[in-house]
Write a protein that binds this ligand. Structure first.
Ligand code: 3PY
Length: 252
């Protein structure tokens, strides 16, 4: 049976002291509680080791927001999957639309990142999603299929089974617009069918598919009530404990 997950994506927010306070605040808020979902926080690279050391990582998983597409060596400023794994992080967010748009990450680059993440024991949270023009042109199904096929479909079934997907319509990121729960369900069901056609129904049924894009305390319950929406990748609302906790608690 697949897992429900609520994962925060802090993006390029918080200094180290601010990030540590946020992580510790969440750890405190979860004390004595057993949420009906796995909880993950995606933090800047600079925070990973300190955050992982400061919280109960059995309760809150730690994710990097990126990793390099090279194993190691003379790549000034890059952070490898092995380095991420050595901090205590267990996850890495890959293919976020901001990385695709601003840092020109192609399906081929992302394929390499996914492979390096898996080789280093990290679980990729792999983001896919269409821009507004693509949705308006009715191309959203083919866009997400191409993103999945281009970066993930050379994986063995065993490796694919380790992937978490996050569908994030780009028009809903940082815009305050959210896909309706019916729009989310429609495309999540489509994604699951695409996975089933390649890897079989069991692997497709076991794949966690998160919704991302202006998911917040006000809409999480409705989105998560849909059978193919297995949780959320949360941007702005993961930056405050009192905004993030109600999203975690939306799984009751
Ligand atoms: C958002 O909610 O805006 C996100 O981009 C989450 O990754």
């Amino acid at each position: 049976m697949r897992k429900n997950i609520v994962a925060g994506n802090w993006k390029m927010n918080t200094t180290l002291p601010e990030g540590l306070a946020l992580a510790k605040g969440l750890d405190e808020a979860l004390k004595g509680k057993t949420p009906n979902c796995d909880v993950i926080i995606g933090t800047p690279f600079t925070h990973l080791a300190s955050v992982a050391a400061a919280i109960d990582t059995n309760k809150i998983g730690v994710a990097a927001e990126n990793c390099a597409d090279k194993e190691k060596g003379a790549y000034t400023g890059e952070v490898s999957a092995a380095m991420v794994a050595s901090t205590g992080a267990k996850y890495v967010i890959l293919g976020h639309s901001e990385r695709r748009a601003y840092y020109h990450e192609t399906p081929e680059i992302l394929k390499t990142k996914v492979e390096l993440a898996l080789a280093n024991g990290l679980t990729p949270i792999f983001c896919i999603g269409e821009v507004l023009e693509e949705r308006e042109a009715g191309k959203h199904f083919e866009v997400v299929d191409a993103q999945i096929k281009g970066s993930l479909f050379d994986l063995s079934a065993e490796d694919f089974a380790k992937i978490v997907l996050a569908y994030e319509p780009v028009w809903a990121i940082g815009t305050g617009k959210t896909a309706t729960s019916d729009q989310a369900e429609e495309i999540h069901a489509h994604i699951r069918a695409t996975l089933a056609a390649k890897y079989g129904q069991e692997i497709a049924d076991n794949c966690t598919i998160l919704y991302g894009g202006s998911c917040n305390a006000g809409n999480a319950k409705e989105l998560f009530s849909k059978p193919n929406v297995d949780g959320g990748l949360i941007g702005g609302a993961s930056l405050a404990v009192d905004k993030f906790m109600p999203i975690i608690e939306a799984f009751d």
